[in-house]
Structure formats: C-alpha cells, structure tokens
Design a protein. Structure first.
Length: 363
C-alpha cells in the first residue's frame, strides 16, 4: 500500500544545520495551501492503490493552523482508513489546545523535533524552543490523547559532552514516548553550520566520540527494551514507523508540495524546491516536475543501500553472486552477519563503516 508525504516548507526561523527546502515567508501560507490542495486533487489517482500512511513533514508543519491540517488530511482521501497519520511538530508551537485540535483533525502519530534537552546546545544550533518547552510538549501531547509519540535527538553536536548525551537519553526515556529517531550531526553543503565549520568557528566532534555516543544510545535503549529496527530509529515493540519503513522496503509513495519526492514503480520524481515555481505551476496546471526511471543497476544499488540500514537487512538472494566473496570477507571481519534465514545484516561494528560496506556491495 502507498503512502503520501506532504511537505510544509514554512519555518519561523531556520536551524543552522538544516538542508531541507524551507522558507521563512510565512505570509505565503495561504497561497501555498491552495496549491497543495490543488496538487492533491490533480494527483488523486496516481498511487493506484489504497493509501496506508500520511506523513506531514517540513519545514515546520506546526506553523499551520489545525484547520489547515484537517484540510490536508481530508484532501488525501485516505482518512479514516489510513493506518498512520504523522505530523512533525516544533515544541515551541505546542499548546494544549493545539494538541487537542490536531488530534481531532486526524493526527494519530506525532514526531516532535526536540534534538536536545540542553538549553545551551539548542541555542547553539538555532532551535527556537528550550528544554522546558520540549518536555511540556510531550506532556501536552499525551494529555490530548496522542499515544504514539516520536522524538528526534541529535548527537555529536559541537561542545556536546558524553554526560549531556546520556542525560538527554535518560530524559527521553523518562517521558515514556514510543519512538526515538536519533542522528549524528551532519554538515550538509550550503548550511550555516558547514560555513561556520569551514571558517574554523565550530569544531566537529571527533569520530571516536561520535561512535561512542551512538554505541551508548544503542546499548541504553536495548537495555530499556527498545527495538533498534533501522540505523537511526528505535521503537518500543509495535511502534515502528509504518510510513518511514516504506521508504526502506521500496513501497511506493507520493510526495506533495514544494521539493517533495515521489516513487512509483521505478520512477522517481520531484517537485521544484522553489515556492513561486511550485505555486504558479500547480495553479496553472503546468507544474514542471522532474523525474528519472531507475535502471536495473540503480534499483539494485538502492536496495542494498536501504536494506542494510534496517535490522532485517537484505536477503542473500538479492545480492549479486559475484559479491558472495565480499559478503564472506565482511562476515569474517565481524561487520556483517548471515542469519539462519539467509539474510545479510550489518552488525553494530558494521554500522560504523556502513557506507564502505554498501559501496563494496554496489555495482
């Protein structure tokens, strides 16, 4: 079954590390909503199968009013049959009334962009909320009846200590959420963060410390009974993200909004990451979406790349026979394991060099 991703590009302030398409032109929200709803109407039959999940991401979807969220969900035509309807939220936007309203609108899973519970680190990376607001946002969501809550945490932040990282994990666990997505800080081209690093104003955390932070995260959550089902994602049993899991197993999805990507069959397409081009193109029914058809080689390489990120790994039968020796080499080195069911899975040691493993198994 297919999923729909809806991109809301608006932010009250851009974070220093973010390279997703976003804009602070909040006065364009009404025009954007008109285009967004029109695109859904124009592409209603594109999936060709029932919509199982909706994910409203950004940007900052919580810059929208609850009525806007309700309109988006209705326009997908998927509710109330959709199994999972997720919305990203900035803790600085949370109020009890807002939480209750988005739940009433149809949201049944919330992804809260906390990143850290340390005020100094939040200020450093340009987040507009503080630690108190992050904790309160989770409590408000629970009080509103939202019982499937994910929080985002970032490690390897400049100046971040292991003690701070351990404290962040303990705080997240104490909030009794159901899902944690956690990423090592990435220095993406074109971001303020990368410019500050290149100017020598920020010093990245060294690789050994970053690996130690990741290992502690994995060990502590395993100890607490969490399932590590993808390199950067952890869930209590039964709370794995349905929508995001579809990205890793090749399930088709439609991307709605400026800069959003779609994947159907072997065709990947994407909308322009330009507000004017998107709005004008949709309203004129002449949106210039770019696309590419994946070759056999592209599809194989993508399957290797995405499959090895998951705890399920990939079936050995999916790997080309001329890569058998490479698999055995990595297995002897303890970075891959071959299960009794014949699946190739990256070990913890392997995750630290996953890019190298993937490159060697690609064609």
């Amino acid at each position: 079954m297919a999923g729909i991703y809806v991109h809301i590009p608006f932010c009250k302030r851009r974070c220093l590390y973010c390279d997703f398409f976003s804009t602070t032109l909040l006065e364009r929200k009404e025009q954007y909503m008109e285009a967004l709803l029109s695109e859904m109407t124009q592409r209603k039959e594109e999936a060709g199968e029932p919509i199982r999940t909706i994910y409203i991401g950004g940007g900052t979807p919580s810059t929208l009013m609850p009525d806007d969220i309700a309109q988006i969900i209705r326009a997908t035509g998927a509710a109330p049959r959709a199994e999972e309807i997720t919305m990203e939220l900035n803790p600085g936007d949370a109020t009890p009334e807002y939480m209750q309203a988005i739940r009433k609108a149809g949201i049944n899973r919330l992804s809260i962009g906390i990143q850290s519970f340390q005020d100094n680190l939040l200020a450093l990376i340009g987040r507009r909320h503080n630690a108190r607001e992050a904790v309160e946002a989770v409590h408000m969501a629970k009080e509103a009846g939202l019982d499937n809550i994910s929080v985002d945490l970032i490690y390897a932040l400049p100046t971040q200590t292991m003690e701070q990282w351990k404290a962040d994990i303990e705080t997240a666990l104490s909030l009794h959420v159901q899902h944690i997505s956690s990423y090592g800080l990435m220095y993406e081209e074109g971001t303020t963060l990368t410019r500050l690093r290149d100017e020598g104003r920020w010093t990245p955390v060294d690789e050994d410390t970053e690996n130690a932070m990741y290992d502690y995260l994995c060990d502590r959550l395993a100890q607490a009974g969490w399932k590590h089902y993808e390199v950067s994602n952890f869930a209590l049993p039964g709370y794995e993200a349905v929508h995001n899991s579809a990205y890793w197993d090749g399930t088709p999805y439609i991307g709605i909004g400026a800069g959003a990507h779609s994947y159907i069959g072997r065709v990947r397409s994407w909308n322009p990451d330009d507000l004017d081009a998107y709005i004008n193109g949709i309203l004129a029914r002449n949106l210039l979406r770019e696309s590419e058809t994946l070759s056999e080689r592209d599809s194989y390489n993508e399957r290797i790349m995405l499959g090895l990120r998951t705890a399920k790994g990939i079936s050995k039968t999916e790997v080309r026979r001329d890569k058998d020796e490479t698999i055995l080499y990595f297995a002897r080195d303890g970075v891959l394991t071959i299960t009794e069911e014949g699946r190739v899975v990256a070990t913890r040691k392997g995750v630290h060099i996953l890019n190298r493993i993937i490159e060697d198994l690609m064609i």
